[in-house]
Design a protein around this ligand. Sequence first.
Ligand code: FES
Length: 138
Amino acid sequence: MYSEKVMEHFRNPRNVGEMENPDGVGKVGNPVCGDIMELSIKVADGVITDAKFRTFGCGAAIATSSMVTELVKGKTIEEAVRISNKAVAEALGGLPPIKMHCSVLAEQALRSAIQDYQERRKKEGEEQPAAAKSSQED
Ligand code: FES
């Protein structure tokens, strides 16, 4: 029922593991099946330079996490945010309809990692002017 590509990414997933000092982390779960996906990104000058994932879930969840980490590398944040679960499934040569929800988990994990990255940046931006000001006063 799975395409060759899905099986290949399931057997040999890319970019598995924990990332040191990530710029954004997204963790999502599907309450129905209980599967969990964590995706970390590294960003330099608005471009995603690295992505890693850890997934506790079905074969399709592992294959879609693997594929989404491959798809985002080299993309700008603006481009990455537009990657849909359909695009991930298509890049895998399609998914059986009952497994499409697994690709939704990959899309949500990516969006959540990007959101985390943006929130961290916003926080840094808020902290920096204050830091610059205090150094000027010194
Ligand atoms: S069955 Fe839960 S993500 Fe696939």
